[in-house]
Design a protein around this ligand. Structure first.
Ligand SMILES: O=C[C@H](O)[C@H](O)[C@H](O)COP(=O)(O)O
Length: 225
């Protein structure tokens, strides 16, 4: 099975977690895209969605699925999204696709977080995948110095084929921090959140996943936290 087939299998399995008549939070990335395509098949069963990025909103609308502004929504039944890494406690690194801040906001108001990923994303210790941190552009250098002091190797994310900074949907920039072995994800999330100029850190530990569906060549693995 290819990695895409594994992602497609978990995306299909995630449909079982969709709550009829409700608003569904939808993540960003290649696995979330497979989920959106599956959701399109049952779109008449749901009230609508809240999107975690402009790209996700466009894909949802392309399928004719209603997308609500979060300010007009009082509760989200379930949030379904991929991850760059997940550990055995349900803590994740996210933001490889630069959508971490909106993902964190939508996840924070959702009753349940269902993470969908291919099996390679399950790790013992988070941190091999460089940790994305979204920052206010004028604070970039100051934040990078503080991330270095925490033991990481921060690097500004740039646009493909250019040295210009990559700009997020929120007008922020992304610093990818390599070299962190994250043994206490909750503590590191708190520490990085306290750095002035940080918009959000791609560590989802305080609000981790409730369920993780992992696609493996020999079948689906379900973890609950
Ligand atoms: O910002 C992007 C998100 O956090 C994604 O959920 C994450 O990067 C995983 O993406 P993919 O499903 O493409 O591996």
């Amino acid at each position: 099975m290819t990695q895409d087939e594994l992602k497609q299998a978990v995306a299909r399995a995630a449909i079982d977690y969709v709550v009829d008549g409700e608003i569904i939070g939808v993540g960003t990335g290649s696995t979330a895209n497979f989920f959106i395509d599956e959701l399109a098949r049952i779109k008449d069963r749901i009230k609508g969605t809240v999107a975690s990025s402009e790209a996700t909103a466009a894909r949802l609308r392309g399928h004719g699925i209603p997308v609500y502004d979060l300010n007009d929504v009082s509760s989200i039944a379930v949030y379904i999204d991929g991850a760059d890494e997940i550990n055995a406690g349900g803590a994740m690194i996210k933001g490889g696709g630069a959508a971490l801040t909106r993902e964190k906001i939508v996840a924070s108001v959702s009753k349940k977080f269902v993470c969908i990923a291919d099996g390679s994303k399950l790790v013992h210790v988070l941190g091999k995948f460089p940790l994305p941190v979204e920052v206010i552009p004028m604070a970039r250098a100051a934040v990078m110095r503080q991330l270095e002091a925490l033991g990481g190797q921060p690097r500004l994310r740039t646009k493909a084929g250019s040295s210009d900074p990559f700009i997020t949907d929120n007008g922020g920039e992304i610093i990818d921090v390599a070299g962190l072995s994250i043994v206490d994800p909750v503590a590191l999330e708190t520490q990085i959140n306290q750095i002035v100029g940080v918009i959000a850190v791609g560590l989802f530990a305080q609000r981790g996943a409730n369920v993780c569906l992992l696609g493996r060549p020999d079948g689906l693995q379900t973890l609950t936290f």
